[in-house]
Design a protein around this ligand. Structure first.
Ligand code: MG
Length: 339
């Protein structure tokens, strides 16, 4: 079969710039992909590499898409090199619209809780009451942005502001060294912290040994996020017997089916997470989360409303999502909005 392939590049300002240990991020860039067959079937996918997350760049991805030509066959679509995981993932996602093509995740869960993303620094305290009122019980706070002593002092205020039984994740985005990580994990040990995400950057010297050491030495689980750029990393950490949590962003995994199968067979603890993509990629990423057969954890997708142009947002932010709501997201209006 031959497809017609079209792409539309986007450049979408966030409603407010994101502050993380990686710095400020104010503009999301990516590419929407559309595949059509001669019988009129249409599938959409999204290429949205995360700057600073692995080596894939949007410009290189765009070049790869051009190499496929306007009328690629299934064999040509399957020929994208593994280094272009976001392109492979977008094409695999678009191909799922065609019966019998690609790997089709089967949604098995009806309902999943959603984690509300809390802003870094003191802004966190102002953001909590509104989220609690909406019914959220799962939260993620970005740390590693300001002075570590100030943030540690804030931790108890944050916990006090949350309702009892709430779960709090901390995400350091690799900002700490070993000693700072130990201080944080000491502090977390007696507190209801669900996990500490990526305390140490994968780029720092001895990162693998440090992360393994931290995961073994403290009761609070440690989660890997930036350390998991693709299938190769997931295989490597499974091989090391990583005892902590795996934060999986389906949008940057190429075709997630293989990685998720390995993780499931290893009985790994998996949290599904947003790449801050538009509703097109988010719908596809969430389909993997809803079809995950392992233990269900709150979705790391509590990022919306995200874009100044709200047409590109994913599902309306709520403490729980039903698969029926997520699967009803229609990519076509988003595609048309880029014309
Ligand atoms: Mg993270």
């Amino acid at each position: 079969m031959t497809y017609s392939l079209d792409t539309r590049r986007y450049s979408l300002p966030f409603r407010s710039p994101l502050r993380t240990a990686h710095g400020r991020w104010s503009l999301r860039q990516g590419i929407l992909v559309r595949l059509r067959s001669s019988d009129g079937t249409t599938g959409y996918g999204e290429v949205a590499p995360i700057p600073g997350f692995g080596r894939e760049t949007l410009d290189a991805d765009e070049e790869q898409l051009k190499l496929l030509g306007a009328m690629p066959t299934a064999e040509v679509l399957a020929s994208v090199p593994v280094d272009y995981a976001c392109v492979r993932g977008a094409l695999a996602g678009a191909l799922r619209a065609f019966a019998g093509t690609g790997s089709t995740p089967k949604a098995m869960r009806d309902l999943l809780p959603v984690t509300a993303l809390l802003p870094a620094g003191r802004d966190v305290l102002g953001a909590i009451p509104g989220k609690v009122e909406l019914g959220f019980r799962n939260f993620k706070w970005k740390v590693g942005v300001g002075d570590p002593a100030d943030e540690q002092a804030l931790l108890d205020d944050v916990l006090a502001a949350l309702p009892s039984g709430a779960k709090l994740r901390l995400d350091a985005n690799g900002a700490w060294d070993r000693r700072q990580s130990e201080r944080w994990l000491d502090r977390c040990a007696e507190r209801p912290i669900e996990h500490v995400e990526q305390p140490i950057s994968p780029e720092s010297r001895g990162a693998i040994d440090s992360l393994m050491g931290l995961a073994g030495d403290y009761p609070t689980p440690v989660a890997l996020d930036e350390s998991l750029v693709g299938q190769v990393d997931i295989e490597a950490w499974l091989g090391r017997g990583w005892p902590g949590v795996y934060v999986v962003k389906p949008g940057i995994l190429g075709d997630p089916a293989h990685s998720l199968d390995l993780l499931h067979r290893a009985k790994a603890r998996v949290v599904f997470s947003s790449s801050l993509e538009t509703g097109v990629g988010a719908r596809d990423a969430l389909s993997w989360a809803f079809s995950w057969p392992g233990e269900a954890r709150a979705l790391g997708f509590g990022v919306w409303p995200l874009f100044q142009d709200e047409r590109f947002d994913g599902p309306f932010l709520a403490p729980f999502w039903r698969w029926s709501e997520v699967s009803s997201l229609d990519p076509e209006p988003l595609w048309n909005a880029l014309s």
